[in-house]
Design a protein around this ligand. Structure first.
Ligand code: UDX
Length: 445
């Protein structure tokens, strides 16, 4: 009888250092601690670490605060601003530092190189160094070179890649229930450690080489952005042809080969990942010798969605100077306060330059918004949508927050000076809105 090999159980716990307490690092650190590992979460921003020690979370992410509090209480999660100390104490180091975009579209990898140098100088035992930030292909290779160049002893190490696929606003859920876990490794030892670390998370694990793992992340994000730009391009045709993009999305999405997610037409994608990753993927492809023209078009379509939205509002309001516009939704998507590369920012800037008076409203992003736009006679802020729409000539819906779906539209109509809704996320039903006596601008419907 054929002997069936017993499946290896991956249950070992590790001492882990997570470098970077941003959206990726802080979530990973809190979740690794929840899985039972001892985690040292380090950031060079001392203020951030001091606040985290006091259990204050630097950005809004559902359920993160309770997880951090739990980790601190159990001593499984420790915050520190001393990278050498955290490295010395750890067996595995996850690099989750920022890789911001540069003017030419390439990712700035300075922070990664700096961390690699500190690791090299503090390699007091075997360590596994894992790239978690989204990075161009060959970054793992470079990290390895840097550590070899600067290390001061014969201690061994491995480099691996483990890209994160967390969505902001759903990051904790995505960590514990991922569609897949990707690990790029060069040794069985590294593979086993990473399998141990994710031990109790039930998910398909894809094991590849490091280059492939790094490319998976760029390819996945760029494909999702392409899907969004594709449906947005279709929405433009719908506008011209008098068709309904929502029905097209529904019908397309029911084809399992296409899938219904990320087919929501609107004012385009934003956030710190898609815009940056599409550019970085196009840049690295070109550098390697392939001109990925499709990705340039994805970006162009995305930008046009914003300008086209403003043009539609102008078509209705004619002169924007002096008109009062309520902006409902500022974050790049619901359930986050993140406004990085948010479509709202470009749209608001254009309205400001045209002389409109704005009332900016968002349940979570007002603090972020005030860092970008100064409160003045012409720019006011509120959390209350009913205050925002009072006396306004147009309501622009830019983020589909749940609370906006619940709006009492009869009350809204009474409060507005002119009943025009520009729905940048196709959140409202056109027929229902029209029946209530509003003029309605949608995207491709
Ligand atoms: C994304 C990836 O989904 C995640 O796997 C990766 O780790 C980080 O980047 P995130 O940036 O948090 O996550 O946001 P996501 O939910 O993917 O949305 C990105 C943008 O696309 C948002 O601005 C959203 O409004 C927009 N979007 C999304 C659309 O315009 N239409 C859609 O159908 C879906």
């Amino acid at each position: 009888m054929k002997k069936i090999a017993k499946k290896k159980k991956y249950t070992k716990k590790y001492k882990i250092c997570v470098v970077g307490a941003g959206h990726v690092g802080l979530v990973a650190a809190a979740c690794f601690a929840e899985l039972g590992h001892k985690v040292y979460c380090v950031d060079k921003d001392k203020k951030r670490i001091t606040s985290l020690k006091k259990k204050s979370i630097p950005f809004y992410e559902p359920d993160l605060e309770s997880l951090v509090k739990k980790g601190i209480k159990s001593k499984g999660l420790v915050f520190s601003s001393s990278l050498p100390e955290a490295i010395t104490k750890s067996q595995v180091i996850f690099i989750a530092v920022g890789t911001p975009p540069q003017a030419d579209g390439s990712a700035d990898l300075t922070a990664i190189e700096n961390v690699a140098q500190v690791i090299a100088k503090n390699l007091n035992s075997y360590k596994l160094i894992v790239g978690k930030s989204t990075v161009p292909v060959w970054t793992g290779r470079k990290i390895k070179e840097i550590i070899h160049r600067y290390k001061k002893n014969g201690n061994d190490f491995d480099v691996a890649s483990n890209p994160e696929f967390l969505r902001e606003g759903k990051a904790i859920y995505d960590f514990f229930y991922p569609d897949r876990i990707v690990i790029g490794v060069e040794s069985e030892r590294a593979e086993n450690i990473l399998k141990d670390i994710y031990g109790s998370v039930k998910a398909t694990i894809i094991v590849t080489d490091i280059n492939t793992s790094e490319l998976i992340k760029h390819a996945a994000n760029s494909f999702l952005a392409t899907k969004i730009s594709f449906i947005n391009a279709v929405s433009r045709v719908c506008d011209l042809a008098g068709a309904d993009v929502e029905k097209i999305s529904l019908a397309m999405g029911l084809d399992r080969r296409i899938g219904k997610e990320f087919l929501q037409a609107g004012i385009g994608y934003g956030g710190f990942c898609f815009p940056k990753d599409v550019e970085a993927f196009a840049y690295i492809s070109k550098k390697l010798g392939y001109d990925f023209g499709l990705l340039k078009e994805v970006k162009t379509i995305n930008e046009q969605q914003r300008s086209n939205f403003v043009a539609k509002v102008k078509e209705h309001l004619w002169i924007l100077k002096g008109k009062k516009i309520a902006i409902l939704g500022l974050s790049f998507k619901p359930d986050t306060d993140d406004m990085r590369f948010a479509p709202s920012v470009d749209i608001i800037k254009t309205f400001i330059s045209e002389g409109a008076r704005l009332y900016l409203c968002d349940p979570q992003s007002l603090n972020e918004a005030k860092k970008i736009f100064k409160p003045s006679e012409k720019i006011k802020f509120t959390k209350d949508p009913y205050e925002a729409v009072k006396g306004c000539d147009c309501l622009c819906l830019l983020t589909e927050w749940g609370e906006f779906k619940e709006l009492d539209l009869k009350r809204v109509k009474k409060l507005m000076q002119y009943p025009l809704i520009a729905d940048g996320r196709n959140m409202f039903n056109k027929q229902r809105i029209s029946k209530l006596g509003f003029e309605y601008i949608g995207i491709g419907k």
